[in-house]
Design a protein around this ligand. Structure first.
Ligand SMILES: Cc1ncc(COP(=O)(O)O)c(C=O)c1O
Length: 378
């Protein structure tokens, strides 16, 4: 059987990893400034993570959600503390798309309404509802088309208000990435996030913060959207939550009252995924990785801004977009094959993304900066 080829692949076979480095099958070492697409939060094969997952597997790897899984409670308590939302409730699933799907569904159960406001340039995943609030017609099939979704331009308060006004009692939720990832590191303004909060309060709609990519401490806050000083009703998470073990989660405000069967999953919240996520939460707290993300991000951004060919550097913490005057495709290729550094692409060919582990050091940053400067000045 052949693979169903949906990805353009680099001709590199990664077989080993440690911290912010990965090695291919020929023994070549690469610096990972991409974090496997914002997934590697505490570094590859972190010893505490490996111990937790391996030891868990030796005891039990899976049992269904029909019994108590104490690791879920421990994870809920740790995430409540890290995010400063001890009164929120946790529902666990398996991916970012699933987290968003559950969030919009829960919102609709809550207020009995069906329309969702989403942002131009947004990416929320590939399952049916998630892809319908994603602003990319190329990845939505006819079966995904719906008239439930209203797109407004990011940071356009007038368009947002108009969407609420014109659909008076029909808006169930607003979904937004505080920093658009695939969209090319576009930042929602504080004012815009606050306006979402106040309009959701006025119209009994639910504010959903998609923190799948920008969450879990990456931007120097546990949730990037909390930067605006207002709380979302539901936060969705996935990528960095368990350092590569598949998991998704939604953190739900106390006003939502669960009923049996409202949400459900076979694999979500399994023992192994929880062990991985608990290990990540431990390391983030003990090693002060949110502070490290903030300071290393500032250092990287300030340095990159001084380089030739760079039009703009955007982002917060270790979620950084570098916009060049020209197409960045060739530069990314040369970084990978000549300098042995992974970086990420974005929806806009002129922008590449940096999404490294939150515990990168000054040495990693300097090695990357030297490689980038060399190529940009050549
Ligand atoms: C902001 C955002 N939301 C949702 C998703 C979908 O997550 P998953 O691929 O785990 O379904 C992604 C994935 O890139 C994302 O960046």
């Amino acid at each position: 059987m052949d693979l169903f080829k949906v990805y353009p692949l680099w001709d590199i076979d990664i077989v080993r990893a440690e911290g912010s480095y990965v090695w291919d099958n020929k023994g070549t070492r690469y610096l990972d400034m991409y974090g496997g697409h914002a997934v590697i939060s505490i570094g590859h094969t972190h010893p505490h993570y490996v111990d937790m997952v391996v030891n868990q597997l030796k005891n039990i790897g899976f049992y269904s959600n029909s019994v108590i899984i104490d690791q879920q409670r421990e994870l809920a308590q740790k995430l409540g503390e890290l995010s400063g939302k001890k009164d929120y409730q946790l529902f666990l699933c398996n991916s970012g798309a699933e987290a968003n799907e559950n969030a919009m569904k829960l919102a609709s159960f809550y207020n009995g309404k069906s329309k969702v406001i989403a942002m131009r340039g947004a990416f929320h995943g590939r399952t049916s509802l998630a892809v319908s609030v994603t602003d990319n017609p190329k990845i939505a099939a006819p079966v995904n088309h719906t008239d439930h979704v209203i797109f407004v331009p990011l940071n356009d308060e007038e368009a947002l208000e108009k969407a609420f006004r014109e659909n008076k009692n029909e808006i169930s939720s607003v979904i937004i990435e505080a920093i658009q990832g695939v969209g090319g590191i576009q930042i929602a303004s504080k004012e815009f996030l606050r306006r979402i909060r106040s309009l959701c309060d006025e119209y009994n709609a639910v504010y959903i913060a998609d923190e799948v990519q920008c969450g879990c401490g990456r931007t120097g806050e546990y949730y990037a959207s909390d930067w605006a000083g207002v709380q979302a009703d539901i936060y969705t998470m996935a990528k960095g939550l368990a350092n590569g073990f598949p998991i998704g989660a939604i953190s739900i405000a106390p006003k939502f009252i669960p009923t049996f069967g409202m949400l459900g999953t076979t694999f979500g919240g399994n023992h192994l995924a929880c062990a991985g996520a608990i290990a990540v939460a431990d390391v983030i707290a003990e090693d002060h990785l949110i502070d490290n993300a903030r300071s290393m991000g500032e250092y990287l951004m300030n340095e990159i801004k001084t380089m030739p060919g760079v039009r703009e550097v955007r982002g917060r913490g270790l979620m950084i977009g570098v916009e060049l005057f020209d197409d960045a495709t060739e530069l990314r290729k040369r970084l990978l094959f000549e300098e042995k550094v992974f970086v990420g692409s974005s929806g806009n060919k002129k922008i590449f993304r940096l999404l490294p582990a939150l515990n990168i050091t000054r040495e990693h940053a300097d090695a990357f900066l030297a490689a980038l400067r060399k190529l940009l000045t050549a």
